[in-house]
Design a binder for this molecule. Structure first.
Ligand code: ADP
Ligand code: G6P
Length: 499
């Protein structure tokens, strides 16, 4: 309700993201079908687009030979927030499949993803892949500008200039092109960008040979948002050192091209109440007397899965009293399976799980249960609810929504314990979690032991604080903070973040 009130005070919004909020697939009859994506971004942003009669520009997950082929509406049984997004409000970006592969796998996933997670040894730097990145960004920019003109022409943007909100590392060059064209053709708009992954320090960022172009691209916006202040400061620092911009580190401002660009920490939240509801309604899943330590991640090398498995092995070695009483349930979602690094990681995890299970399994117990695949939202909520420990130990992570979803679903008394890595954005904001350095295998094992033996009253106290913060700073609050940072909200619509 609050969000709906808020969006009436802003102009129409155009959201631009690599993925659309749904994926298109062809069924056996060759007809297109639409499946909603369930991520936090979609849940947060879809209502704003719908309520402002806005548009969403993105890639539909399939190459359409005929770019004018009509997009189907959502299915009648679709109850996700995306269901209300009419096909006419969606602008699909179509790129030649080879070029798209160079852009998505070759540059986004093989260069920016590892580099921005401060893992430069895993990054490849290739001019041909970056060229594809620039061309695909240009394509997104052109489609977005067409969408902008369409909105202005339709009269939807009479009171306020439309707000263009670009998302993530796939589209760091788009803003500048949109701004240039909009200025040339005198079409008013406001531009905002949000990066969902970390922004690295200057000595990592400058390894990218075309680093200046990336900064210039992002500075095409009026406001650039990151999850936490550290990433904002890294960005401001890079603008100063690479481009020689005048900056104000205290107020997070960057001067560029005669304009002042605002930089803001906007930590993303989750649809907290929806997860609580799911936790109340999801059927019981785990019939076991063992304490479950739960890991939920895309199968990605940034998530620290190898270290996590080794810490669990160390726990069983050092604290044999947990044998047959505790098991690790690891859910790993297949991700970016065309990239070699991800294929190799899958092999490594398979082998490690096999080795640890081979070493400790008894006739009545296996220490690790490993699910490689997607689970439904219901099942996910049940796992979160029934776990004794939530283990979120990435080597590096922009925020990590799993940590937040876990606390939302901890509705039972006494609750479980959350362990987070200090190298995730969530480790910066979820102060009452146990902090665990995933690189230090032995001490990580001790943190897990501490969680398993924590007194009830301490568990209750910590979880109450964690839940209170995530309920207040939920995903609606995040969207509202973005609008406020864009200057699209009046003062009385703002409220203080809970620290
Ligand atoms: P990342 O964005 O790097 O994947 P996050 O933890 O921030 O990491 O977000 C992951 C999202 O994917 C969460 O919203 C989570 O609910 C969802 N997710 C993770 N594992 C599964 C799974 N097995 N099935 C369905 N959704 C999942
Ligand atoms: C991270 C990124 C998102 C991306 C998601 C899934 O959360 O920040 O932009 O959509 O991973 O990755 P994929 O490559 O499948 O889109």
């Amino acid at each position: 309700k609050l969000l709906i009130d808020v969006v009436t005070s802003t102009g129409s919004m155009i959201v631009v993201s690599n993925r659309l909020p749904f994926v298109l697939k062809r069924n056996e009859e060759g007809k297109l079908e639409r499946t909603a994506s369930a991520g936090g971004l979609v849940t947060a942003v879809a209502p704003v687009v719908i309520n402002t009669n806005g548009l969403w520009v993105g890639w539909p997950g399939i190459h359409l030979e005929d770019p004018n082929e009509p997009i189907p509406e959502s299915r009648p049984d679709d109850i996700t927030p995306t269901a209300g997004l009419k096909s006419e409000k969606v602008v699909t970006v179509q790129v030649d499949p080879v070029k798209f592969d160079d852009y998505y796998n070759g540059c986004c996933n093989a260069t920016f993803w590892p580099l921005f997670h401060s893992m430069p040894d895993r990054a490849i730097f290739r001019g041909d892949k970056y060229k594809a990145y620039t061309e695909v960004n240009k394509e997104f920019a052109d489609r977005t500008f067409e969408a902008l003109k369409r909105l202005v022409k339709s009269g939807e943007a009479e009171n306020e200039p439309p707000l263009i909100w670009i998302h993530d590392y796939h589209l760091m060059l788009a803003a500048n092109w949109i701004r240039q064209t909009a200025e040339e053709e005198e079409v008013p708009c406001k531009l905002g960008f949000f990066l969902h992954i970390p922004f690295p320090p200057w000595d990592i960022f400058r390894l990218f040979p075309w680093a200046d172009e990336i900064l210039q691209g992002m500075l095409g916006c009026d406001m650039v948002g990151f999850h936490i202040t550290d990433y904002c400061l890294n960005f401001v620092d890079c603008c100063q050192r690479s481009l020689g911009c005048r900056v104000d580190r205290k107020n997070l401002l960057v001067e560029h091209g005669g304009r002042t660009v605002r930089v803001r920490p906007l930590p993303i939240g989750i649809p907290f109440d929806r997860f609580v509801e799911l936790a109340h309604t999801a059927p019981k899943l785990l019939s076991t007397n063992q304490k479950i330590i739960l890991g939920v991640d895309r199968l990605d090398y940034t998530k620290g899965l190898v270290n996590r498995l080794k810490s669990f092995e160390t726990l069983l070695e050092k604290h044999p009293e947990h044998k047959e009483k505790v098991s690790l349930l690891q859910i790993a979602v297949p991700s970016r399976t065309d990239v070699k690094e991800y294929q190799e990681l899958k092999e490594e995890i398979d082998q490690l799980v096999g080795r640890i299970n081979g070493r400790f399994t008894t006739p009545n117990w296996s220490p690790i249960r490993y699910i490689f695949g997607c689970v439904s939202q219901d099942e996910l909520a049940a796992f979160y609810r029934e776990a004794y420990v939530g283990l979120v130990t990435p080597l590096r992570d922009g925020m990590n929504l799993v940590a937040k979803e876990f606390v939302a679903c901890q509705i039972n008394t006494p609750p479980g314990v959350l362990i987070v890595s200090p190298f995730a954005g969530a480790g910066e904001t979820m102060h009452e979690a146990l902090i665990c350095n995933p690189y230090e295998i032995d001490s990580a094992a001790e943190v897990i032991h501490r969680a398993l033996t924590m007194p009830e009253d301490e568990r209750i106290l910590r979880m109450n604080y964690l839940r209170r913060r995530e309920k207040l700073n939920d995903v609606n609050y995040w969207t509202k903070s973005f609008l406020s940072a864009m200057g699209s909200l009046s003062a009385q619509e703002d409220h203080d973040e809970v620290g």
